[in-house]
Ligand binder design. Sequence first.
Ligand SMILES: Nc1ncnc2c1ncn2[C@@H]1O[C@H](COP(=O)(O)OP(=O)(O)O)[C@@H](O)[C@H]1O
Ligand SMILES: [Mg+2]
Length: 320
Amino acid sequence: MKTVFLIHENKDWSEPLEKCLQEIGLPYVEWYMVNRFIDMSTAPPDGIFYNRMSASAHSRGHRYSPELTAGLLAWLESNDRLVINGSNAIRLELSKMVQYSALKEVDIQVPRTIAAINHSGILEAAEFLRYPIITKHNRAGKGLGVKLFHSEIELKEYVFGGVFESSVDGITLVQDYIEAPDSSITRVEFVNQKVLYALRVDTSDGFELCPADSCEMDQLGHTIDRSSVFKKKTRPKFEIIDDFTSQSIAQTLVPRMERLMKKVGIDVAAFEFILDKDANCFVYDINVNTNYNKDIERKSKISGFTTIANFLKKVSKSQK
Ligand SMILES: Nc1ncnc2c1ncn2[C@@H]1O[C@H](COP(=O)(O)OP(=O)(O)O)[C@@H](O)[C@H]1O
Ligand SMILES: [Mg+2]
């Protein structure tokens, strides 16, 4: 069995996976991409590598960890090391423009989106869309920078009002707002390119929707936009959907998502989609670094981290 190298920048998110690896006796080494250096003149150690770098690293003060990781993955791959969620995965993780391009390639509909890099560009982009619209960061995660606007006046106020938050890569996406009649989105989790489960997420409290155990505290009372579209909460924020794969929407979407994962070469991911009032489906986010919450999972008896640990064990055993 080969050692697994866990590449990440968030110990809170890594810990539950490490516990599962310990439980199944899979040897692992943590590569914390905050205080590492990489001697590129040497060969990487023997093992398999699992990349869990997050697009929101900068929000934890780790501004350059993703860039260091992109270089690290290139070094590993050029030395023929097996990387789960390698270079292509980090390209997706760090850019919604890359995500949307990949989604379109497999015939998955995305909300109409225009990318801009300065204030006047954002306003110009909005002229092509119909309000309400959303702005969001091209490099985000955790709903960073997602704002809803009902009019040009509101958008101008935001852009010029001194509170504008720029994406860490400078790219703001201006996007059609897709209104879900029941204020929910669906997040489909995949491990080993197979559906693990789908979560229904109630969005009536706002757009920060990280399901990780360690994010729970942030979500209580910490919302980005309290616009009138948010209704009073009537059900749990996250719940696993019973028998998602037998629903007709899953039968269309899942094979396309699987195709994308194969094409791009990613094994672990979560896709988020919204259904509008006419049941049109729009996928708007792919999370290559995904997290699970044990309280949400309890009822279903499926554990995302245990499934990943077992998957890594299988891969590790298959390597000579
Ligand atoms: N086009 C959209 N229409 C309606 N709601 C959206 C749209 N885009 C994002 N949202 C809401 O904002 C949340 C965060 O946006 P998302 O694109 O997933 O960013 P992140 O990558 O930061 O998670 C979504 O889960 C959803 O609730
Ligand atoms: Mg998201």
